[in-house]
Write a protein that binds this ligand. Structure first.
Ligand code: IVH
Length: 648
């Protein structure tokens, strides 16, 4: 109908204006599906709330074939038939979710998702979405139903929209999804109309009954027959293996579509099984899951360049980003490494940038992409420390710039946070906020003060905001417990330049006590296998400084053990090799490694056939897949603890 008009434009315009005039005279007679709604209505003051008759759910994610297999297995435990049932695959549109209430076949209310229970009534805006039917065609629709769909903004129009916005001095949208959501929530629906939003529909809820279809596939065809736009690439799959084959084909197609698509939704085909499978809380259905293809590189907007002062004084520039998903994780900050790099790549606040997760963990900005919006200022490296205003230094042979002030509050804060962190002394409950509070209250000035009961005790903690009797006692107990950490942990925790966990272990094993290490020359330290001259110099220099010597002497006097337990040559895990992946429930990586090594075992970074076992926690990486492929044993933290202690 839209592309084969039944009358000429001029004739249409005349009739349209006539209708507008009549409706202005008799608003009570204006039909809810009148084409004049497409023009947009007078600005609204604010949106009315709309309670969804049936909650709008979200979807669980699957990032691999394994995740999908697990999903099917979980479902099979509830409804055995799912293993022999077929699936429907649909492109997952990344726009703004809406619910459309049709009463007797006429669009009555259109609402945003909101919190899933209650959204905003944006009916006037949705009526301007040209491909949304205001009145349904065909038959067999229920007299009251909610149709669910996704409003999107075509990619092809996106660059143009942003150019127009910038010309008017308005902030550009970060991506088509934000453009869709923003356009939908315009108080003036004439603006929404001019944006040119589109919609795809994929779901029906009938509050007091069932949709008149047998399968999800039939439902999509039904939606089409009633006049709804349905994403055309959906298809049925016989079983999960068949689904995986089709998913691979669809995945390759996603980038080429004119709408943002962030995965494939896999749905159990038979609608009768949906009711049986039910939902997980009021959150997500069990009968559907989103198969996502975690992008390794994402594009987003760099909002601001900020600088963090590290414990060594290094000035670490980082980007505050418009949040974006990279390898399945939402990233809103990313490192910019150093000032030289920012200048070499000419990265500026306001740029579109490519973001990736280095080694799948630390988010980093790769560099700017696309046309730079006009008027963005070139980055200027600071000449003074952003925290203490000392003059910044940059050693000639280094890429990093430093705050040279050892008492810079930024450095002190970072140093203590590092000391207490999970990989170091592992003092539970002592994170950024609390260290900051302790420093601000003058209860501590350095890490030794943590152990000094003249400085800090539970009573004093109680004077701080956020502490109650229990939390104060817990923190003090955690501080006490950390006194027993081995020398390797303390060395790492002290934050000596170039001394990471691995170097700290080599030093501790070689020297045994901090006294022995302190008495060693730089040459003797450099003679340790695996330790180069630069590290040796840094360690010797650190240990020769009077300030650091005083700190260490105080730590010792206050009861911190500065010894490395002698590693068991014939220990329980002698000759065994372990690989750790994911986050363990209670042990940090460093602690788990130390425990294995203290028992005479070895920790490797990659899995091979000779690996004894992989210790897996939550969010394990590819090491787990490799262990499974090689048939290497996979154990959890509890089993590891049994093995290192020898207790059943
Ligand atoms: S089914 C109970 N199918 O993705 C129905 N959702 O992350 C659950 N979405 O809020 C949704 N395309 O707005 C479904 N073909 C599709 C979809 C789709 C996009 C959106 C939807 C939902 C979100 C969940």
């Amino acid at each position: 109908m839209l592309d084969a008009p039944e009358m000429g434009d001029a004739e249409y315009d005349r009739l349209f204006r006539e209708l507008q005039r009549l409706e202005a005279e008799r608003p009570d007679l204006k039909a809810p599906d009148s084409p004049t709604h497409r023009v947009g209505a007078e600005p609204a003051q604010q949106f009315r709330k709309h309670r969804h008759a049936v909650p709008m759910l979200s979807l669980a994610n699957a990032f691999s074939e394994q995740d999908l297999a697990d999903w099917e297995e979980r479902n099979a435990r509830i409804v055995a038939e799912v293993t022999s049932a077929s699936y429907t695959l649909e492109i997952k549109i990344d726009g703004a979710a809406v619910s459309l209430t049709y009463a007797d076949g006429v669009l009555a209310v259109g609402a945003t998702r909101g919190n899933g229970i209650e959204g905003e009534d944006v009916t006037a805006n949705l009526r301007t979405v040209l491909d949304l039917p205001l009145r349904l065609q065909g038959r067999a629709w229920s007299s009251l139903m909610e149709v669910r769909g996704e409003v999107y903004f075509p990619k092809s129009r996106f660059a143009q929209l942003n150019r127009e916005r910038e010309a008017r001095g308005e902030p550009p949208f970060a991506n088509p999804r934000n453009a869709a959501a923003g356009s939908l929530r315009q108080l003036d629906s004439r603006i929404t109309r001019d944006r040119g939003l589109r919609i795809f529909c994929f779901h029906i809820e009938v509050p007091d009954g069932d949709a008149p279809f047998r399968t999800q596939h039939d439902l999509l065809q039904g939606l089409r027959a009633w006049g709804f736009p349905v994403e055309p690439h959906h298809r049925e799959a016989r079983d999960l293996a068949d689904a995986n084959r089709h998913i691979a084909v669809l995945e390759r197609m996603l980038d080429g579509l004119d709408y943002e698509a962030d995965g494939v939704v896999v749905k159990v085909n038979r609608l009768a099984l949906h009711a049986e499978l039910g939902t997980v809380g009021d959150r997500e259905p069990r009968w559907a899951i989103a198969r996502k293809f975690a992008p390794e590189i994402a594009v987003t907007r760099l909002l601001e360049i900020r600088i963090n002062v590290g414990r060594t004084g290094a000035l670490n520039p980082y980007a505050v980003l418009e949040p974006v998903e990279v390898t399945g994780v939402t990233v809103s900050n990313a490192t910019l490494h150093n000032f030289d790099l920012i200048e070499a790549k000419d990265i500026r606040a306001g740029d579109w940038v490519e973001v990736t997760r280095a080694g799948e963990v630390i988010p980093q900005v790769l560099g700017p992409v696309r046309d730079r919006p006009r008027g963005k200022k070139k980055f200027e490296r600071p000449r003074r420390c952003p925290v203490c205003h000392a003059t910044v230094e940059q050693p000639a042979d280094e890429v990093m710039a430093y705050c040279p002030n050892v008492s810079c509050p930024g450095r002190v804060l970072e140093g203590i946070v590092h000391f207490a962190s999970r990989g170091a002394m592992d003092i539970r409950g002592l994170g950024y906020e609390r260290v900051r509070a302790l420093l601000d209250a003058g209860l501590i000035k350095d890490v030794a003060d943590l152990y000094d009961r003249k400085q800090l005790d539970a009573m004093k903690l109680l004077t701080l905001e956020g502490f109650a009797e229990k939390s104060a006692a817990q923190l003090m107990a955690a501080v006490e417990a950390s006194k027993d950490r081995p020398l390797s942990t303390v060395l790492f925790a002290l934050g000596i330049r170039h001394v990471g966990a691995q170097v700290a272990r080599l030093l501790a094993r070689q020297f045994g006590t901090l006294a022995a290490l302190t008495n060693a020359t730089s040459e003797a330290i450099g003679a340790v296998h695996g330790i180069g001259p630069a590290i040796a110099d840094a360690v010797a220099h650190f240990l020769s400084e009077p300030r650091n010597r005083r700190l260490i002497a105080r730590l010792e006097k206050l009861g911190v053990k500065l010894k490395e337990p002698v590693s068991a040559e014939g220990g329980l895990l002698a000759g065994q090799t372990y690989v750790i992946t994911g986050t363990l429930p209670s042990l940090s990586r460093t602690r788990a490694t130390a425990l294995i090594e203290e028992a005479g075992g070895h920790v490797a970074s990659s899995v091979s056939k000779s690996t004894t076992a992989v210790v897996a926690g939550t969010d394990p990486g590819s090491k787990l897949d490799r262990a499974r492929a090689l048939g290497v044993a996979v154990i959890d933290e509890a089993e590891l603890l049994r093995r290192v202690t020898g207790k059943p």
